[in-house]
Design a protein around this ligand. Structure first.
Ligand code: MG
Length: 282
């Protein structure tokens, strides 16, 4: 794979991400995919999707898990509904992540990723130990499938995430770094966080955002790439500094309107290509 190939976050049948056709029309060589809904998560769906990717010459680099009942409406709602942290749904969702990991093997993909949710801050609490154990068992399942597990950043500071990963203590646990999430959730300056996470970062999102007036209490605002406060040139420079050479996967939460998706993702590709040129890469 080339240094820093462009990527885009897509979905097979539902959930977040742009349509595969958009990636194809824009000649994007790599994608991450949001796993399909339970009802369509079959080996047959996987084989059909993989055949389509091969036909289009697109490489799949990560399969993201997500669940019914998750809502990103505001920060307290994320806390209550997202990922493996909420206790009421944890067992069922862990089982679902095992299935998503198995589904990813049919897609011949060796990276599974997810938003874990807000990890409890008190590292001596039983809640904390329980989510550590839960994440470890997911890592072990992925390991049997020869996969790495990437945790999406945002809900934790870099320091808390590092502590958590050290406590899980699995050699196939890494980070999907999203600089905009650090701003949206108010969990730290993204460039500083990226430097701290360093070699743990094995996949990334290219997304931009503006800080909220009260970071951590209310959402920041997601904006088109290059129009926010991440600082895309500094972001790419820092990726180079930490030795990251993988895909630059554009993620943009926009409505399922192919024309709008094409123009927004097209704009982001331009920003990345211009920045790569400025850094004499690609
Ligand atoms: Mg992201």
């Amino acid at each position: 794979m080339d240094h820093w190939p462009i990527g885009v976050f897509t979905s097979i049948d539902a959930g977040f991400g742009v349509r595969l056709e958009v990636a194809d029309e824009l000649n994007v060589p790599t994608i991450q995919v949001h796993a399909p809904h339970h009802d369509t998560r079959s080996p047959e769906t996987a084989e059909k999707f993989l055949a389509k990717l091969e036909e289009l010459g697109i490489q799949l680099t990560a399969v993201f898990g997500g669940f019914d009942g998750e809502s990103y409406a505001d920060i307290p709602t994320v806390e209550k509904t997202v990922g493996l942290v909420p206790i009421a749904t944890r067992e069922a969702r862990l089982k679902e992540m095992f299935e998503i990991s198995d589904f990813a093997t049919h897609l011949k993909c060796d990276v599974v990723a997810l938003h874990l949710g807000f990890v409890p801050h008190d590292t001596s609490s039983s809640d904390y130990h329980d989510i550590v154990a839960c994440t470890r068992s997911l890592c072990q399942h992925c390991k049997k499938n020869n996969q790495n597990l990437h945790l999406e950043t945002g809900q934790e500071t870099a320091d808390a995430l590092i502590q958590f990963m050290d406590d899980v203590a699995c050699d196939n646990l890494f980070v999907n770094f999203d600089p905009a999430n650090m701003i949206l959730y108010g969990t730290g300056e993204p460039i500083e966080a990226l430097i701290k996470l360093g070699k743990r970062v094995r996949s990334i999102h290219c997304k931009d955002a503006k800080w909220a007036d009260k970071p951590g209490k209310e959402w920041g605002q997601e904006v088109p790439l290059g129009q926010g406060q991440v600082g895309i040139q500094k972001y790419l420079e820092t990726l180079r500094t930490i030795g990251y050479e993988g895909p630059l996967t554009i993620e943009r939460e926009i409505p399922q309107d192919p024309e709008r998706q094409k123009s927004e993702i097209g704009g982001a590709i331009e920003v990345l290509n211009t920045t790569k040129q400025a850094l004499s890469i690609g």
